[in-house]
Design a protein around this ligand. Structure first.
Ligand code: F3S
Length: 429
């Protein structure tokens, strides 16, 4: 099927807006053909995931577009990058391999910023800058951000992978299909929370466990969750999105009475019926929690990783509160354990203006910005066991980092960092 193109699309395709825009448009039109889209549509904002240094090809692609004069034509933020651009020497030992990696990462960053991207360097762009409004058509990369934008904000984006994201940003156009269209956003599966104590549903920890379960139950279908409280925080929804988009490929969920396209069951299913109904009980959550750990209670701990997705200011505040609690008991960071917190410049700027930064650094927590533990070689090679409060990090760490992982609440992570071994005794699930 041929794709209907606007006058501007034709101009882009024929090089009237420059060589880079022509290359980007060619890719997008081919993508539209593959997806069976009848026409193209405008997007008003982009978030680039392809700015991590996953391959030499990614660097070559970005530098080629920049050299051809590529410029974004809509506000475009950047996902985490391959390097803490200001403090990378603190985290990467001075080897020639690391120097080479850093040099390429800096070139990659320059190519994207030369094209006009805003150097946000965060995988939680919805918490920091240019948060899209309800109904906005956008082109976002990064699985957790896509899920958050669609589900929590009610903006509309498909899953834009590396390379396509920057093409959308340069042209301001995407194939008109998928989650950009209201009829494709209706719920498919109903997940009912049954007899879960409301006290359990107050912690971020519960939302990571629930997200992991939702992803594994639904894969890429659109789940509708019934039974969540309405006073849920942005960090809790962030934890849910990140975990659901990892164990499954959830790009959109609805939560009755909570997310903006699901005031009622009828609205969430757009007047239709669920294809399946699944009840979630405490025992399912307990199993989901157990699935997220390969290490066990009492195992020696090497590293605590917090901030996947990137830590918000509220999470820094909570971490400082927990550390203070340990310090009041005379406890300090165990000498064999390293604590790394990953965040972005905007949350860090707020942290610097608070009393919490000193609490964290006095304890020995190391804060790294702009990057991600999976995309920069910052985990010491002798690391065997890590602990995290992130469902996404717990899901990927054994395969990607070759370590054992223990999943726990933020409080359990802090307690384990003090004791030097894994403690998972939080009562909730
Ligand atoms: Fe962000 Fe990396 Fe986690 S991109 S969501 S810190 S895996």
């Amino acid at each position: 099927m041929s794709v209907k193109l606007s006058t501007r699309d034709e101009q882009l395709l024929h090089g009237q807006h420059g060589e880079a825009a022509q290359m980007a448009m060619r890719i997008l039109v081919r993508m539209a053909e593959v997806q069976g889209a009848a026409e193209m549509m405008d997007v008003s904002q982009a978030h680039i995931d392809g700015c991590g240094l996953l391959s030499e090809t990614g660097l070559e692609f970005a530098e080629t577009l920049a050299a051809k004069g590529g410029k974004v034509c809509i506000p475009t933020t950047l996902n985490m990058g391959p390097l803490d651009l200001q403090n990378w020497r603190q985290f990467l030992p001075a080897t020639s391999r690391n120097e080479d990696f850093a040099a390429k990462a800096i070139r990659q960053a320059k190519a994207y910023t030369d094209m006009g991207c805003i150097p946000t360097w965060t995988c939680a762009p919805y918490q920091s800058y240019l948060t899209p409004r309800f109904g906005r058509q956008i082109a976002w990369g990064e699985s957790n951000a896509i899920c958050y934008a669609n589900s929590v904000l009610g903006a509309r984006t498909n899953r834009y992978g590396d390379f396509i994201d920057i093409c959308a940003a340069i042209t301001g156009r995407v194939p008109k299909c998928g989650l950009h269209l209201k009829q494709n956003r209706k719920g498919q599966i109903l997940l009912r929370l049954i007899d879960i104590d409301p006290a359990i549903m107050r912690s971020n920890y519960f939302f990571a466990i629930l997200g992991h379960l939702v992803g594994s139950l639904t894969e890429d279908e659109i789940p509708v969750i019934e039974g969540l409280p309405v006073d849920v925080s942005s960090d809790q929804l962030k934890a849910l999105c990140a975990a659901a988009a990892s164990s499954g490929s959830v790009a959109l969920f609805h939560a009755i009475g909570l997310t903006p396209e699901a005031n009622t069951l009828e609205e969430a299913f757009q007047g239709g019926k669920p294809e399946r109904v699944i009840d979630i009980r405490l025992s399912d959550l307990q199993k989901s929690r157990a699935d997220l750990s390969t290490a066990k209670e009492g195992d020696d701990l090497d590293l605590v990783v917090l901030g996947c997705p990137h830590f918000s200011f509220d999470e820094f505040r909570e971490l400082a509160r927990l550390i203070r609690g340990q310090r009041e008991k005379g406890k300090t960071l165990h000498p064999n354990v390293k604590v790394v917190v990953i965040s972005c410049q905007t949350s860090y700027a707020l942290l610097q203006r608070s009393e919490f930064l000193d609490v964290l650094t006095d304890f020995g927590a190391e804060i790294t910005l702009d990057t991600c533990i999976f995309h920069t070689p910052m985990v010491p090679p002798d690391t065997k066991v890590i602990m995290t409060n992130s469902g996404k990090c717990a899901y990927y760490a054994p395969g990607e980092l070759g370590v054992q992982v223990a999943f726990g609440s933020m409080a359990e992570c802090v307690e384990s960092a003090v004791k030097g071994h894994v403690c998972q005794k939080e009562a909730i699930v």
